[in-house]
Structure formats: C-alpha cells, structure tokens
Design a protein around this ligand. Structure first.
Ligand code: NAD
Ligand code: IPM
Ligand code: MN
Length: 348
C-alpha cells in the first residue's frame, strides 16, 4: 500500500517527520512511502502549489499524510498560485468531500482546555464537514461597483446532491456513535442553508434511529463553549465546519491535538492535522506533532484497514500524555522531536 507524504510548509515537515517515525515503529508489512511537494515549498521549487507530479502521486496513493501549507511569502501571489490551493485542489480533484474532525478530551489534558475542567471533560464529538462545495468553490473575484468602489465577491452555493452525500455521512457516523446528529446551518438568513436543512430532513427518513436536531451556526459557536458535552456528531458545510473545528480544538486543549480524515467515495483519504503551517513557530521545534500522529492513526483505521494499529497509536499518545509529555501549546517545554520520542517510548 502506497502512502503519499506531503509535508508542505512551516511546521509541516517537522510534524510529518514525527508521524513517520511512529508509523515506522509499527513496522507494518507492505507500506511504501513516496514524498511529494505541496504548498509554498512546491511553488518555490517548481512554480505551482500542486504540481502535476504531486497530483499524480496523490491519485496513485492509497492514502495521503499531509502536514500543512501556507507561507507568508506567498500571501500576495495570485490566488491560484497560493499554497492553500494545494489542499483545496487535492480535496476537489480527488473528490475528498467528507472531512471528519473528532474532538475528545484526553483526561490528562482537561486542564489545558480553555474551558472549565468539568465542561471540557464532557467533550466527545465529531465534526463532519463538507469539503467540496460552499463559498470555497463558488465563483469569486474582484470588481468595481457602479460608483467605482472596489468590491470582492465569493458565491456561496450547495446543490442537493452535495448536501445529500454529506448528510448520509453525518447520519452514518452518528449511528456508529451515540445516535445524535446536529446539523449546523444559517437557514434563518441563507438560501444555501435553507436547502441544506431541507435536504438533511429528507435524508433523515432513512435514519429513524438517529435523533436529528438543527442549530444556527452562531448559536453552535456559543453552545460549543457553554455545553459542548451536548454534541455527538455535528454535520455542517465547508466554512462553518472550518471555523467550528478550530474552536473545538481549543475546547479540548490545543489546536495541536486535533486530527482529521477527509474521505472520498472510495475511502481513499487525506489525513492531516486541522491546524495550519504555524509560521510563528516554524523551525523552532515548538510544534506539537500529536495531531499529525493521530491523523496517521486515522489513516490506518479508515483507508488502510488496520484498526489494531490505529488503536496502538491512540493508546501510545494517551500514555505519553499520562506520562507527562507536554509540548509548548500544552503548557510544557518539550520539543517536537521529544514529543515524538515520548510516543515511541509509549509504543514500546
Ligand atoms: P495556524 O493553525 O497555522 O496557527 C494558529 C496558531 O496556532 C498559531 O499561533 C500557531 O503557532 C498555533 N499552532 C498551530 N499548530 C500548532 C501545533 N501543532 N503546535 C503548537 N502550536 C500550533 O493558523 P494561521 O496562523 O491562521 O495560518 C497560518 C498558515 O497556515 C496560513 O497560511 C493558513 O492559510 C495556513 N493554514 C493551512 C492549513 C492546512 O494546511 N490544512 C490549515 C489552516 C491554516
Ligand atoms: C483547514 C484549513 C483550510 C480550509 C485552508 C488552508 C484552505 O483552514 O483545513 O482547516 O479552510 O479548509
Ligand atoms: Mn481551518
């Protein structure tokens, strides 16, 4: 089985290196790796954030382990050349529409949460975020108003097929968990969201065993810090899911802890931490690699059919934390490599 490694920019190479050490330590038969250029690193090397060779490797691979993309040097390039287009392009080109972002408190980390201990301890939720549509992929541009003012625009839309597909993902995930699905939208204002809500309700007919609720996204942001324990599975669109997942990360302790899987119809997946390239700490050995390590675990579970090995990774992360491993974002002083060492020690 072929795994594509795309380290990318900023802290990407540092954190992917630790995840790779953990995968190597598992000594799984038959895994091969090929590395590819993405993001600003790819732009600087070959002039495009998602070069053809990278896209080809992504398509050939059984799974992709992705670090992060984003480079301040590239922030004023034409949009199609910016590093972020690598992740957006991979999601679109490979049909990776179902982005799973679990947030669960490791008991040892409840004090790292921005929330009170008893509020944080109750968190065990999964955000199912659509990643092929929404305002991300609509027509966009800059124009002049009739008065000559500069105006930027991005068209938000979802068609019913896109909503139906992600709704099924949400219901199935809820069925496999605690049977509760909360669909988050802004149907009080947006037509896109009205269609979203209508279609989610239609799909719910196939899942009488799942308790469906609806929540406006502003309220959802508030409820995530007031009473996050109420959520089991949240299904939402691309932009709302992006924002709520960063928020959920801090509710469980740190953005350096949240892993994700993005799957297509053939369960080929892209696995990445939910955070970005963190240019403010890149190259300093301060990045927490655990979100990436846990993403590698999700890869073994969802794309490679190796649940026992995935369990081993999760158990090793939990043990490393229980043994006191703490990177800077978790209030400690351990470097990226030392955090990797701690996971390896816990695996052994
Ligand atoms: P960010 O997630 O990179 O960083 C936000 C804050 O969290 C920073 O203070 C950073 O130091 C901290 N942080 C992030 N990951 C951490 C980790 N593993 N350990 C410790 N601290 C961590 O978000 P940003 O600063 O808004 O964006 C930086 C760049 O990353 C931008 O170019 C953005 O477009 C890009 N980005 C990429 C992805 C991706 O590749 N999937 C995701 C989000 C942002
Ligand atoms: C994420 C990131 C991306 C997104 C950016 C880098 C395009 O924030 O994966 O959460 O908005 O989807
Ligand atoms: Mn994001």
């Amino acid at each position: 089985m072929l795994i594509a490694l795309f380290p990318g920019d900023g802290i990407g190479p540092e954190i992917v290196a630790q995840a790779k050490r953990v995968l190597d330590a598992l000594a799984i038969d038959g895994l091969t790796y090929e590395e590819g250029l993405v993001g600003g690193a790819a732009y600087k090397a070959v002039g495009h954030p998602l070069p053809p060779a990278t896209l080809d490797l992504a398509k050939r691979a059984d799974a992709i382990l992705f670090g992060a993309v984003g480079d301040p040097d590239c922030d004023s390039l034409e949009r199609h050349l910016r590093p972020e287009q690598a992740i957006l392009g991979l999601r679109k080109e490979l049909g990776l529409f179902s982005n799973l972002r679990p947030a669960k408190v490791f008991p040892e980390l409840a004090d790292a949460s921005a929330l009170k201990h008893e509020v944080a301890s109750a968190i065990d939720l999964l955000i199912v975020r659509e990643t092929n549509g929404d305002v991300y992929f609509g027509e966009k541009g800059m124009r002049k108003t009739p008065e000559g003012l500069r105006e930027g625009y991005d068209i938000m839309s979802y068609n019913e097929e896109q909503v139906r597909k992600i709704a099924h993902q949400g219901f199935q995930a809820a069925r496999a968990r605690r049977g509760k699905l909360c669909s988050v939208d802004k149907a009080n204002v947006l037509e896109t969201s009205q269609l979203w809500r209508d279609v989610v309700i239609e799909v719910s007919a196939d899942y009488p065993d799942v308790a469906l609720s609806h929540m406006y996204v502003d309220n959802a942001a508030m409820q995530l810090v007031r009473n996050p324990g109420q959520f089991d599975v949240i299904v939402t669109g691309n932009m709302f899911g992006d924002i709520l997942s960063d928020q959920a990360s801090m509710c469980v302790g740190s953005i350096g802890m949240l892993a994700s899987a993005t799957l297509n119809d053939s369960n080929q997946g892209l696995y990445e931490p939910i955070h970005g390239s963190a240019p403010d700490i890149a190259g300093q050995g301060k990045a927490n690699p655990l979100a990436t390590v846990l993403s590698a675990g999700m890869m073994l579970r969802y794309s490679l059919g190796l649940p026992e090995q995935a369990d081993r990774i999760e158990a090793a992360v939990a043990k490393a934390l229980a043994d006191g491993a703490r990177s800077f974002d978790l209030g400690g002083t351990m470097s990226t490599v030392e955090m990797g060492d701690a996971v390896l020690a816990a695996l052994a």
